[in-house]
Design a protein around this ligand. Structure first.
Ligand SMILES: [Zn+2]
Length: 285
């Protein structure tokens, strides 16, 4: 699943292609989007804004419609110059927004809704700007309370819970736990407030570092050897623990562990020495 920083970059790129320009054509394979477009044609309207909210992407039209899409695992937005050949087959096309320079194509987008500002606020699945780690409006104090309220949940699962903090995906989940020396299987209730504050701060910092103008689509949390571009095919090259099962910890040399965790069976990576359980017990990996 794309992490919040990936959606943020997608929003930035779509914004560059679409914002401030009149839409010349809109098409979709979602019947409800076409019905909306029949009633309120998007062609002729301007795109006012494109923004990320956690893992949702919002495209705001001047007529008041807000197209909210979620990419889940396989959805992608591509931008092409008019007439340029698409890199994915037409059968995967779900949404097209065109202006006289560009076509933005939503491929394999599994979830799309048309909202108004009012209905967007009522859509509880879409994070508020205050809960999005990458937004200026992010409210760390409120996020801390929401996180601490999930006492029974493991730290790793709580970090993935977009209603607590919006933006952390499965890669950053493991990386954030490592950076803070927290065993991902510990419960939220075992965290001191100071640990929880530091965890939120580092989540924000890691995500932000990955949306700098020059950042690629590759996640980077480990910069020790500055080798992030030399082995771009290896997803673990620029990371502390994610994707590095069996390899030596970059801090202590212990073999990195891997385990499926949580109701959604997401993979978790950690160093058993740098991230011990509080009672010294080992997690059965
Ligand atoms: Zn270690």
């Amino acid at each position: 699943m794309p992490e919040g920083d990936t959606i943020f970059r997608t929003a930035r790129n779509l914004g560059r292609a679409l914002v401030g320009k009149p839409v010349t054509a809109f098409r979709s394979t979602f019947p409800w989007l076409m019905r909306f477009n029949d009633d309120t044609p998007l062609a002729g309207q301007f795109v006012d804004n494109v923004e990320a909210r956690g893992k949702w992407l919002l495209i705001c039209f001047s007529g008041g419609g807000i197209l909210a899409s979620h990419l889940l695992m396989n959805g992608r937005w591509h931008i092409y110059r008019r007439g340029e050949r698409w890199q994915l087959a037409r059968i995967h096309m779900r949404i097209v927004i065109a202006n006289d320079q560009y076509e933005a194509i939503g491929f394999r987008v599994p979830i799309a809704r048309m909202h108004t500002a009012q209905s967007l606020e009522r859509d509880l699945q879409i994070a508020s700007p205050e809960s999005d780690l990458l937004r200026a409006e992010f409210d760390a104090a409120a996020a801390l309370e929401r996180l601490m309220a999930r006492g029974d949940e493991s730290i790793a699962d709580a970090l993935l819970d977009q209603s607590a903090l919006a933006g952390v995906g499965n890669v950053f989940k493991s990386e954030i736990c490592f950076v803070n020396g927290l065993n991902p299987f510990r419960t939220i209730a075992s965290l001191t407030r100071a640990e929880a504050v530091a965890t939120i701060a580092s989540a924000q910092k890691l995500l932000k570092a990955n949306v700098l103008e020059d950042s690629s689509d590759m996640f980077v949390t480990y910069r020790g050897q500055q080798r992030r571009t030399t082995h771009a095919s290896d997803p673990g090259e620029s990371l502390w623990v994610y994707g590095r099962a069996g390899e030596p910890c970059r801090r202590c040399g212990e073999a990195i562990r891997r385990r499926i965790q949580g109701e959604d069976a997401r993979v978790t990576f950690w160093c058993p020495r740098c991230q011990p359980m509080l009672d010294g017990s080992d997690v059965d990996g």
